[in-house]
Design a binder for this molecule. Structure first.
Ligand code: ADE
Length: 261
């Protein structure tokens, strides 16, 4: 995949390209990267990329000409690339969007600064607008890194034998089960026995139950629109039955104590 980032701070991306999985993806030939300085597409002596907003008000707006020139050049080199504007007004980024983008041949990230970019750039050059959350950053660079990071690890061959992306939290609208590594006992807390049992079916069931309960407790919103499998329904029914029994025993005890028995 070809990734280009349009930014006034291309130096921010150096450390990002040179660590972890992103670096491995580049070294493995899965990813080609280019941090393009928008200032290189200005024509004035001071390389100005922003200007005052028409209509007044505070803050500055990114000038359209340098962006249009930069995008024009990039699109000519990478006609198949989708251009994505990083903005808090964009489509909320999710694991699903990451998977969608991972299937693309090329991505061009436009990192706004100040109050945003001139609207004519959005109308003419932007294919999609993406937000990484309901908060306002000082620029789109960190947002672009977040998106690239989430996308790269989903690209075929990047995680190699680990194949862990398929089991990620959110991959199937469930939060992941708990993870443990050595030592077996840490600060008096033991790793659950089932994980040491060697019984792969039991481990898979424990993990699925864990994922379900964690999602129920931490992100119940994810469950509302989820299509459950037959095994998951069985697990939920079992919990429901166990809870029902517990409630019955407890309410009987409560009634007993009220009546002085
Ligand atoms: N630029 C500023 N804030 C942003 C956000 N929340 N998401 C994407 N780009 C941004």
């Amino acid at each position: 995949m070809d990734v280009a980032v349009l930014t006034i701070f291309p130096e921010m991306f150096g450390p990002f390209w040179s660590h972890g999985i992103v670096r491995r993806a580049i070294e493995g030939g899965h990813l080609k990267t280019d941090a393009v300085d928008i200032r290189d597409f200005t024509e004035d002596r001071h390389k100005v990329t922003d200007d005052r907003p028409y209509g007044g008000g505070c803050g500055m707006v990114m000038k359209p000409e340098p962006l249009a020139k930069a995008l024009g050049a990039l699109k000519e080199r990478k006609p198949e690339a989708v251009s994505l504007l990083m903005t808090p007004q964009g489509r909320p980024f999710s694991q699903k969007t990451a998977a969608e983008l991972a299937g693309r041949q090329g991505l061009i990230f436009i990192c706004g600064r100040y109050e945003g970019v001139d609207e004519r750039i959005v109308e003419q050059y932007v294919d999609d607008e993406i937000s990484i959350g309901d908060y306002v950053l000082t620029g789109g660079e960190l947002a672009a890194m977040v998106v690239i990071d989430a996308v790269v690890r989903l690209m075929p061959g990047v995680l190699g034998g680990e194949n862990s992306a398929a089991f990620d939290s959110f991959a199937d609208d469930l939060i992941e089960h708990a993870h443990y590594t050595r030592p077996r006992v840490f600060e008096g807390r033991s790793v659950p026995d089932v994980l040491i049992s060697g019984d792969h079916a039991a481990i898979a069931k424990w993990r699925l139950e864990g994922a379900l309960i964690r999602t129920f407790l931490k992100r119940p919103d994810l469950l509302a629109n989820r299509k459950f499998t037959a095994q998951e329904i069985e697990i939920l029914k079992k919990w429901s039955k166990e809870l029902e029994e517990l409630i019955q025993v407890q309410s009987a005890r409560c009634l007993d104590s009220l009546s002085g028995r």
